[in-house]
Design a protein around this ligand. Sequence first.
Ligand code: THU
Length: 169
Amino acid sequence: MAHLIKRFATPSKPELVVTYGSLDADVQELLLSAFTVRLRAYAPYSNFKVGATFRGKARGEIFSGCNVENSCFSPSSCAERTALTKAISEGEREFLAGAVVAYQPDVFTTPCGVCRQFIREFTSDNDMPIYVAQAREGRTAETPFANEDPVLCTSIFNLLPNSFHTYQI
Ligand code: THU
């Protein structure tokens, strides 16, 4: 029976909190873009701004998105889905990594359940790293992060274990 669970997604590494300054330049760039796109969030109802980015595999291009709310609530889009929808419509379907930036004082803001499944759709059998950082109060586009800021290094398979996925389509 073991073959029935063989393809279940297993995280490539456990979650870890590191400092922004210790991250590779390409990850810092992904987080900086997420900070910047967050400033464009359309969130008049929740006032909760989120920015997300994904780096495409083909050319290393960064696709970014913010949350876009609606007075009717349900048509709202989270930042992660905005970014991925932009990427898919531009022809990119494979991604090297993702980043999410929002601000809650005492907790990292990780993707919602719907976004986890949305990200899973565009992940192969290999895990995708996802970096989560805070947009701390008083930070601007000029100095979004300090070297000592904490960053959660997680991944889609950590965030959504044993996810639903169709392997033959
Ligand atoms: N939101 C995101 O954009 N991404 C997340 O990971 C969590 C929540 C948005 C949805 C809504 O516009 C606002 O944050 C409050 O829930």
